[in-house]
Unconditional design. Structure first.
Length: 382
């Protein structure tokens, strides 16, 4: 067991620091709400017969308020377990746990090739969102498992929105994209123009979720991929709505587009429109992509507290180069990629990871519980 662990923007947290926070809560000297943390409903530290809110305890031990802590369940549980603490889910999931064990065992015995090794990046991302998780069952399953959830505002049904709202207090973090990625093609030509009515609908979805999820929610601001001028215009036009989201606790990502201005100068222009503390830079990693070298320059010069890497998966061949840009800096980072789409289907008669899990879940009867267990495999590195 390790007694220290480097975590959260380069800060080290010791087991003794965490124990001191637990003692402070017990004695009534410390209240997580004073640091901006809401009540926990799902994941808890279990210590000496008592339960404590895991994310709040870790964040306070690291000297971070809720607005500074960009990690979700995955990072929180990883760090606290490394420090030797017992993490528990509050609700009764004994049957679901049994399903996960059975599915994992069957997959490993039936086809070991579909079992991938856990990703390993240094430094590790604070959050990795499984984008494309727009359906209610996907949201419910990944949320139950403690995985980070990524979705697109325009593809969320009413039931999907209800499932997202139900995650309040679970410490699961949610990333909602605007869908502007589809506005342009690979040559950055506008092929599906987004107009004011589109953005108003998206912003209404954002606000609804922000009122339920607060700091658990990250959203992408109105922008145009590859166009600095249009992005700045849209930020100005919707600055009131974006500041409302920030006041509700949501993290507002603004893509740092490339263009005539340097990315640092472009970020300074965004500061002038939105204010320095109400948004978070996001670096495009597909269309109009930022290179790992450009990212390193931006981090060194702009010194943001957090950066999101848009569309970059943890198993991307260049992921380690991007992660290296944060080494030795106080900046944390997060990532997203379309995990379900990338892992579905069959290649040379062999099922990809997601499809293999789905096949096994179907053998268990295809019940709702099996579906949840199937999706939970993402968080268990199956």
């Amino acid at each position: 067991m390790s007694n220290t662990h480097s975590v959260l923007r380069g800060r080290e947290v010791t087991r003794q620091q965490v124990l001191s926070i637990l003692d402070g809560i017990d004695a009534g000297r410390l209240n997580p709400a004073d640091y901006g943390y809401g009540p926990a409903r799902r994941w808890f530290i279990r210590h000496n017969g008592r339960s404590y809110p895991s994310k709040a305890v870790l964040g306070i031990a690291a000297g971070m308020r809720a607005s500074e802590f960009f990690g979700g369940v995955a990072e929180t549980t990883r760090v606290l377990r490394a420090l030797g603490f017992d993490l528990r889910m509050a609700d009764n999931t004994a049957q679901a746990d049994a399903n996960i064990v059975e599915i994992a065992s069957l997959i490993r015995s039936l086809n070991a090739s579909v079992v991938e090794k856990p990703w390993n990046l240094e430094p590790a991302p604070a959050a990795y969102y499984a984008s494309g998780s727009n359906r209610p069952t996907e949201i419910r399953g990944l949320g139950w498992a403690g995985a980070d959830i990524g979705c697109v505002a325009g593809e969320l049904s009413e039931q999907a929105l209800v499932e997202l709202e139900a995650l309040a207090g679970t410490d699961v973090v949610v990333f909602v994209d605007s869908g502007a990625f589809s506005e342009v093609d690979r040559e950055l030509r506008v092929v599906k123009p987004m107009v004011d009515a589109d953005w108003r609908r998206i912003l209404r979805v954002y606000e609804r979720l922000a009122r339920a999820l607060g700091s658990q929610l990250t959203v992408v601001a109105p922008d145009r991929v590859g166009c600095q001028a249009t992005t700045l215009t849209r930020l100005f036009n919707y600055r009131v709505e974006l500041n409302t989201l920030a006041q509700l606790g949501a993290r507002v990502l603004v893509p740092i587009q490339k263009g005539a201005e340097s990315q640092v100068d472009f970020a300074c222009r965004i500061n002038a429109i939105l204010g320095a503390d109400s948004w978070v830079p996001a670096m495009p990693c597909k269309k109009g992509a930022t290179t790992a070298e450009e990212l390193a320059t931006f981090v060194a010069r702009f010194q943001p507290r957090h950066v999101h890497l848009l569309g970059l998966g943890v198993r991307n061949r260049n992921a380690a180069d991007y992660a290296a840009a944060f080494a030795g800096t106080p900046t944390s980072y997060s990532m997203d990629s379309c995990w379900i789409a990338a892992n579905a289907g069959r290649s040379e008669a062999q099922p990809r990871r997601f499809t293999a899990v789905r096949d096994v879940a179907a053998r268990l009867g295809g019940t709702a519980l099996s579906t949840i267990a199937m999706l939970a495999c993402f968080a268990h590195n199956i």
